[in-house]
Design a protein around this ligand. Structure first.
Ligand code: FES
Length: 95
């Protein structure tokens, strides 16, 4: 199963392919910031330290929300929306 590590707490969970980064955080026992759970508020933005290629492609809607929250879509994703497809992903929660 794909593996997701959450920084800075440095906890890891193995999750089924297709789970969101939010799901992975919960599986790892890490409280995750979230608001709408539906790709519109930007509260759940996280920095992807490695493994961006192991996530579902970023949509136009996600890009728009990330940019509205001053997050570069090449480095950040919305945890409610980005889905783990394979391999390993390391993310860093924002302050
Ligand atoms: S929780 Fe609102 S965009 Fe993810």
């Amino acid at each position: 199963m794909p593996k997701v590590t959450i920084l800075p707490v440095d906890l890891t969970a193995e999750v089924p392919a297709g789970d969101s980064l939010l799901d992975a955080g919960h599986a790892a026992g890490v409280p995750m910031e979230a608001g709408c759970f539906n790709c519109s508020c930007g509260t759940c933005a996280v920095e992807i330290v490695s493994g961006m290629g192991n996530l579902s492609p970023v949509s136009a809607a996600e890009t728009e929300v990330l940019r509205a929250n001053d997050c570069d879509p090449s480095r950040f994703r919305l945890a409610c929306t980005a889905r783990v497809q394979s391999g390993e992903v390391v993310l860093r929660q924002l302050d």
